[in-house]
Design a protein. Structure first.
Ligand SMILES: *Cc1c(COP(=O)(O)O)cnc(C)c1O
Length: 375
């Protein structure tokens, strides 16, 4: 019999890597509901509810808040292609994988990227950013990653945005891993463009990217000299679809069932309370850290910059990185992440994101890791 045409039933895993993370059972159930038309009045109303839910989660009143019908990387691209035009200067902070992708986006928009580089495992140095803003008063935007999933470092989003505003510079923020896991306040921090993802701390399936744009960002988009090079991600067009009140113009077919899933995950976040969710990630991170130390393991990142939802564990000398991870997966159905780039082979990345961030998961992970390491 041809395996290719047999039903696919995945072995269940516990997802404690850099994403996707465990999806909440309620979200999976919402996903499986009957599909309706994407212009059905019921669905139009659901889109408004999703917008309200995202505004809550992001702490923003921005009317232009929605989910792009594609993963976090598309949200990243949406921010850059709409705000950056050929010749624009953008100051990009890089201290891991994702800052490098921001640079790539700037270049593909025909912009010039002024790079502020810091070692992987360290936060972006605010002083260097201040110097760059001073040196490049014509910079249009400052772009940085709030939660660097490749290293487990938290960049000081509030301070970076405050600095950018002193220089009348737009801010573009990657909040893919931060949303729902650590403090994030779009309006208070004066973030102009932000993208996130559904598969990290929102306990939702992969494939959608929440984004939000401030009034200053919208004004910038409206004053563009060149049309946005991406038709699909052109916010002017997408706005007509997600826009309030106005008659919705067909733009593309929304991933209807995925929007059910996102809506359910936002309901779950609201029931728990945003601040409580941040606190849960911090409290359980502390529990994981203690347990890891009990196994003789240490964390890469200094406590003051450490992300609770992404724990970079230093691999002890003489331990076979790939073997440990494959045993965890094959014998315990537990997925943790490998190091990337400069940190490949040096760290494991243990995620505590959203629904995966639970005491029973921590107990399970520590037990499995202890058994594998003792062999
Ligand atoms: C996961 C991640 C992305 C990319 O999101 P996808 O949904 O995989 O496209 C971007 N930035 C950061 C910081 C991430 O952790």
């Amino acid at each position: 019999m041809n395996q290719a045409f047999q039903p696919f039933t995945p072995q269940a895993r516990t997802l404690m890597g850099p994403g996707p993370s465990d999806v909440h059972p309620r979200v999976l159930k919402a996903l499986g509901q009957t599909t309706i038309g994407h212009l059905d009045p019921q669905f139009v109303q659901l889109m408004d509810h999703v917008k309200t839910g995202l505004q809550y989660a992001l702490k923003t009143q921005n009317p232009l808040t929605m989910a792009i019908s594609a993963p976090g990387s598309a949200g990243m691209e949406a921010c850059f292609v709409n705000l950056i035009e050929p010749g624009d200067k953008v100051i990009v902070c890089q201290n891991g994988v994702f800052g490098g992708r921001m640079r790539e986006n700037v270049l593909r928009c025909g912009g010039q990227a002024i790079m502020i580089e810091d070692p992987w495992g360290q936060p972006t140095d605010i002083q260097k950013v201040a110097d760059a803003l001073q040196q490049h008063p014509d910079a249009k935007a400052l772009a940085f990653v709030h939660a660097e999933t490749s290293t487990g470092v938290r960049n000081d989003a509030k301070a970076l945005c405050a600095l950018a505003k002193q220089f009348d510079c737009l801010t573009i923020v990657d909040a893919v891993t931060s949303l729902g896991g650590i403090e994030l306040a779009v309006d208070d921090w004066q973030i102009d463009a932000l993208y996130s993802g559904t598969q990290k701390c929102l306990s939702c399936v992969p494939g959608l990217s929440p984004v939000t744009f401030s009034q200053a960002a919208i004004d910038t988009i409206k004053q563009r000299k060149h049309p946005v090079q991406s038709w699909f991600l052109d916010m002017d067009l997408v706005m007509g679809y997600w826009g309030e009140g106005a008659k919705r113009a067909y733009h593309h077919t929304a991933p209807v069932n995925s929007i059910y899933a996102l809506h359910e995950s936002l309901c779950i976040l609201h029931e728990e309370g945003l601040e409580n969710a941040w606190q849960r990630h911090q409290t359980l991170h502390n529990a994981l850290k203690q347990g890891l130390e009990g196994l003789g393991l240490s964390l890469l990142v200094d406590e003051q910059y450490r992300l609770p939802q992404l724990n970079s564990v230093v691999i002890p000398d003489g331990v076979d990185d790939a073997l440990v991870r494959s045993r965890l997966l094959n014998e315990f159905n537990l997925e943790i992440g490998a190091g990337l780039g400069a940190l490949a082979g040096k760290i494991w990345r243990i995620g505590l994101m959203g629904y995966a961030c639970r005491q029973d998961n921590i107990d399970y992970c520590l037990d499995a890791l202890g058994k594998v390491l003792n062999r």
